[in-house]
Unconditional design. Structure first.
Length: 273
């Protein structure tokens, strides 16, 4: 059995199909790990959801910020943005089924020394703690009051972790770290405006994965979210958002030997950074 991790898809259905063909993906034998942001901005978000859902246990996806945005819009907890391409999902006959399936996906998956997450882990979080915190959010998303959670999910504050946090402030920090973070301070204070290249990071911040003595450093974290970072492969970091949406390739990596597979973007959209 081979495990293939795939970077952000964001509605690029044609490229995903081509990539699965390139790796000769066999749902009966192989496994697909997706870093989240299945939907939005690209032209085929509905088809992507249907495809990934159809793969059943052969695919594991963690939720990204765009996936959560879709759920919030569907519940009236957020408004559509000018650049969103979610209308087709919201009008689909299988809308409720797809959204229920999406709401039951996880925020983090840990297995065999790998950690799959959309954006990152705060430096003070061990993998075991991160799993526990992810479960708190997953429970809220799957519970009867999930619409209230989605309405309270948004915001940049608090911007750092504190074990004493409770309620929706606690859940918000967890969501922001897992789905929005790119950079932070040594103490884990997050900054959310920056989306650019590493050399332009504001003073006092650094990529979350470069924080000294990061508690999760003994595991290999697989993530996306940061297209300006691009492909980054180190012993304990696999960054896979190569910006297919913006004209870059869509990337998969076979975890057993770190062999890369890429397909070209067919119809890039303009960047809205």
């Amino acid at each position: 059995m081979a495990i293939y991790a795939v970077g952000d898809i964001q509605g690029c259905h044609a490229e995903l199909v081509q990539l699965l063909d390139r790796i000769n993906f066999d749902p009966a034998a192989d496994r697909l790990w997706l870093v989240g942001d299945l939907v939005n901005r690209g032209p085929g978000s509905l088809e992507v959801l249907r495809l990934v859902k159809s793969l059943g246990d052969s695919a594991i996806t963690v939720l990204g910020n765009h996936d959560l945005h879709l759920l919030a819009v569907a519940e009236g907890a957020a408004e559509l943005h000018r650049t969103d391409t979610l209308d087709e999902i919201l009008a689909a006959p299988d809308r409720d089924e797809l959204l229920r399936w999406l709401r039951h996906q996880r925020l983090l998956h840990a297995q065999d020394g790998f950690v799959l997450v959309h954006a990152g882990l705060l430096p003070q979080w061990s993998v075991a703690q991160a799993e526990s915190l992810a479960h708190e959010v997953e429970t809220a998303l799957r519970g009867d009051d999930y619409a209230i959670f989605l309405a309270r999910m948004y915001g940049n504050s608090p911007h750092n972790w504190d074990d004493s946090l409770t309620g929706y402030k606690r859940l918000r920090v967890i969501v922001n770290a897992f789905t929005r973070m790119r950079i932070c301070t040594n103490e884990g204070e997050m900054e959310f405006k920056f989306k650019g290249e590493v050399e332009n990071i504001p003073a006092g911040y650094m990529p979350w994965f470069d924080i000294p003595k990061r508690a999760s450093a003994k595991s290999t974290v697989i993530f996306g979210h940061w297209s300006a970072l691009g492909l980054k492969l180190t012993p304990n970091v696999i960054a896979l958002d190569t910006g297919c949406l913006w004209g870059g390739p869509m990337t998969a990596i076979r975890l057993e030997d770190r062999k890369l597979f890429q397909v070209s973007c067919k119809n890039p959209v303009a960047k809205h950074w």
